[in-house]
Design a protein around this ligand. Structure first.
Ligand SMILES: Nc1ncnc2c1ncn2[C@@H]1O[C@H](COP(=O)(O)OP(=O)(O)OP(=O)(O)O)[C@@H](O)[C@H]1O
Length: 260
């Protein structure tokens, strides 16, 4: 039987300051089960990051509830079970005085506490995730000396190091070259085989269709949630309505890819 990991119930959120109110999400309902690989897509400013922040407890729902493994996000402490890669990992790393190993191992502190020594098992796990992301050769380099794509892979390794059962990824492959993007999706598919639940925010619709099981399309409202096959079969008119501007579908290798 399906085990719900995320239950998003009637969530609305508006950013409010003295001068203006910016509605970001309206009446969102979405359920993600254990082991699902769900891609969250939508145009810029459509509320994807806001939804991720609500799920992670960074923002509190103004209306509705989010349950994570049955517990309200208002009280949920993410702990080690959620690995998270933010959109801004790259900018955080600029000038940060730490080695690649130190940054990746910092992903273990939630599990071990700040002052515990790392064990051989931890160091073996470090080598394993560095290998998975093809950055073993960068282990002792300073994070600030890496390229944008290399830095992003370091933060993905950090999210994976404590073997999370849930992965939340906000545009993790921005700045990564095609070969490493392909390898990254291979890593995700291996994690999915181990029943890791994956929620991925991306603009890369072609890659999503090939890799995710389900696609959720957001533009303030949840306009669509279905399998990747159902998503592929959406017509141009429907996709253009979701995105708010014309989308053209182009054929590639007998399959359809979405090109904006
Ligand atoms: N801190 C904030 N204060 C005020 N408005 C905000 C804030 N963060 C986001 N917004 C607004 O909320 C809406 C949704 O933004 P959000 O970042 O969730 O979109 P997104 O789908 O993740 O966009 P992108 O694809 O560009 O990353 C936008 O209109 C944005 O301008």
């Amino acid at each position: 039987m399906a085990e719900p990991v995320f239950e998003i119930k009637d969530i609305s959120y508006t950013y409010k300051d003295k001068l203006e109110h910016t509605p970001a999400l309206k009446n969102i309902n979405l359920k993600i089960d254990k082991g699902d690989f769900v891609a969250l897509v939508g145009p810029n400013g459509s509320g994807k990051t806001t939804l991720i922040k609500l799920i992670l407890g960074v923002l509190k729902p103004q209306q509705g509830e989010i349950y994570i493994n049955g517990q309200s996000s208002r009280r949920y402490k993410a702990g080690q079970e959620i690995g998270y890669v933010s959109q801004k990992s790259n900018s955080f790393a600029k000038g940060f005085p730490a080695s690649v190993s130190e940054v990746v191992m910092s992903g273990l502190t939630k599990q071990k506490g700040l002052f515990k020594r790392f064990t051989k098992k931890d160091r073996d796990r470090l080598d394993e995730v560095l290998g998975m992301l093809d950055i073993g050769h960068l282990k002792d380099k300073n994070i600030s000396s890496l390229s944008g794509g290399q830095t992003q892979r370091v933060f993905i390794a950090r999210a994976l190091v404590n073997d999370p059962s849930i992965l939340v990824l906000d545009e993790p492959t921005v700045g990564i070259d095609n070969r490493h993007v392909k390898e990254f999706y291979e890593v995700l598919l291996k994690l999915k085989e181990r029943s890791v639940t994956i929620l991925l925010v991306t603009h890369d619709i072609g890659v999503v269709v090939d890799n995710a099981d389900e696609v959720a399309c957001l533009n303030e409202h949840l306009h669509f949630h279905g399998t990747n096959h159902e998503f592929k079969n959406l017509g141009e008119a429907e996709l253009s309505k979701i995105y708010g501007f014309p989308l053209q579908l182009v054929s590639h290798d007998h399959d359809r890819e979405c090109c904006i």
